[in-house]
Design a protein. Structure first.
Length: 534
């Protein structure tokens, strides 16, 4: 393999995903600072990325996702779960469902107890405001004029409107701003969308910075390992279309590769559990036992109902789809502006729960996950999913081999803690009560999943274990903290080495209460401040 021209910059950013795009923009804003952004995937030019409804095509796109799979999960009937991650500029923000959720203030105060006061909600709120161009800003809660344009679901299906009304009828408060003073309640989604098009980290942050002479963006660049001079990170080695590349960082190497790839790259470079690395023939640079541990992910179950009226199941096929495609092409309106879900709610699984611990999302469509594919039902149907916001179970990511072509072992740990299962059982019973309440009840013909024959707790537990899946919000494998065992310190620097930082969802010590894109954007904004101070 021939060598390419070496890249010599101040900062090498590994991963052009959600966090990497933010850092590329913020660090290169100083024209004296040279920045290289290395992304394994291609440019974000696919029409499926721009069109919100294209998310159904992106889920298994052969060029735009890393098609990770977990190990067989004993507590999930030995199923392997499909865990796609973005492999394109913008990363997972270019392929996700676009839902914009910050989480609860208590989430960040819990981070502060682990990683210091600079991660409290009061400390990170200015970073959230800096991100946003929000219709409810400027205010204490929201920003206006930031790079990320926030909107709401505009194309609202009749079934979604009925579900929202039924939630209110059973006692869930209507809350039009779950990113405001309180998360409690039900509303139509806030989304990273503008003028009928997806807003990703690439379009919001990277695109405006691409013409800067001091920023170099390299796509198709898969990083093999971090280069160390003793304990100091000095750069990376990468492949680009059969050519070996070297990028030297005079200041820092910054990993923004995500919850799976960041710990994988650390371990492959010699930073991780020493005994494991030695077994794999990897020279140990720093013995850090917690690299890859502490994996946390929202686990969810679904309730599916057959309806009397047509849903997206019918409207996304044949002549109806063609009509919607024309409407989108002309006005960027209609069904093709729809995201993965339309209604979002945050509720408690029991009266004794202090704050919402369940996220409910509703789709005016239904289907099944068959391996890596989501297959829509032929009958008119809707589905509501309940996800645990703060699961007690933990998993891990671990190297199988030093070979870059061998995917790491991913163990979700879903439902290892029995309390997680019990809360999902309660969530199913709650969703059944919503489906049986007007005006939604007038549209529901029958329950398809779990099915009317599953009534007692034992049957519902079996259903949970047989069907539960992930919400694609994995975090925690390079968790920050004040304690010496934490992989990263409160400034996100990797302990045991120098000039190496991690900035992505892997540094979260606890999973936030909701979707993770907004918190990752916040972390990257915060990291840019920390890096500039250093």
């Amino acid at each position: 393999m021939k060598d390419a021209e070496a890249i010599d910059v101040d900062y090498v950013i590994v991963g052009g995903g959600t966090a990497g795009c933010v850092l590329a923009n913020r660090l290169s804003a100083d024209g004296r600072t040279r920045v290289a952004l290395l992304e394994a995937g291609p440019e974000d030019h696919s029409r499926w990325i721009r069109m919100p409804a294209g998310v159904v095509k992106l889920f298994t796109h052969p060029r735009l996702v890393w098609p990770y799979e977990t190990d067989p999960e004993p507590q999930l009937s030995e199923r392997r779960l499909y865990w796609p991650r973005g492999k394109v500029l913008g990363g997972t923000s270019s392929i996700n469902g676009m839902t914009y959720v910050r989480g609860q203030p208590q989430d960040y105060d819990a981070w502060a107890a682990i990683a210091g006061a600079q991660w409290s909600f009061d400390a990170v709120l200015p970073c959230f405001r800096r991100i946003e161009d929000h219709p409810l800003g400027p205010s204490h809660w929201h920003g206006r004029g930031g790079p990320v344009q926030i909107g709401t679901v505009t194309y609202r299906h009749a079934a979604s409107i009925a579900f929202h009304a039924a939630m209110v009828a059973v006692g869930v408060p209507d809350n039009p701003d779950y990113n405001g003073e309180t998360q409690d309640g039900v509303s139509f989604n806030q989304v990273m969308m503008h003028d009928g098009r997806r807003v990703s980290a690439a379009s919001a942050y990277l695109a405006p910075a691409r013409n800067r002479a001091n920023l170099r963006v390299v796509t198709g660049a898969r990083v093999h390992r971090i280069v160390f001079d003793r304990q100091r990170a000095t750069g990376v080695v990468f492949d680009q279309r059969g050519t070996r590349g070297h990028a030297h960082a005079s200041r820092e190497v910054i990993l923004c590769a995500g919850t799976i790839a960041s710990p994988e790259l650390l371990m492959r470079s010699g930073v991780g559990p020493g005994a494991l690395l030695q077994r794999l023939g990897i020279v140990v640079i720093a013995d850090r036992a917690w690299v890859g541990r502490n994996l946390q992910e929202h686990v969810r179950v679904q309730v599916v109902a057959r309806t009397r009226n047509a849903t997206f199941n019918q409207e996304s096929r044949g002549f109806a789809l063609a009509r919607h495609a024309v409407r989108y092409a002309i006005a960027r309106r209609g069904l093709l502006t729809s995201t993965a879900s339309q209604v979002n709610a945050f509720i408690r699984s029991g009266a004794d729960v202090e704050r919402p611990d369940l996220q409910i999302v509703f789709r005016p469509a239904s289907g099944d996950y068959r391996g890596r594919r989501f297959v829509g039902h032929r009958f008119p149907g809707v589905m509501a999913m309940a996800g645990l916001l703060r699961p007690r179970s933990r998993g891990h990511v671990e190297l199988r081999s030093g070979d870059i072509e061998v995917s790491p072992r991913i163990v979700t740990g879903h439902l290892l803690d029995g309390d997680d299962t019990e809360r999902l059982v309660r969530a199913i019973r709650f969703l059944r009560s919503v489906f049986a309440t007007a005006p939604l009840a007038e549209q529901v013909q029958s329950e398809m999943q779990p099915g009317s024959d599953m009534q007692d707790d034992a049957a519902l537990r079996a259903y949970v274990h047989a069907t539960a899946n992930s919400l694609f919000h994995a975090v925690g494998t390079c968790a920050m903290g004040l304690h010496a065992d934490a992989v990263t310190d409160p400034q996100l620097r990797v302990r045991g080495v120098e000039a190496l930082r991690v900035v992505d969802a892997s540094v979260m010590p606890l999973v936030p209460s909701g979707n993770t894109c907004a918190p990752v954007l916040m972390i990257a904004e915060k990291a840019a401040d920390l890096i500039r101070v250093d």
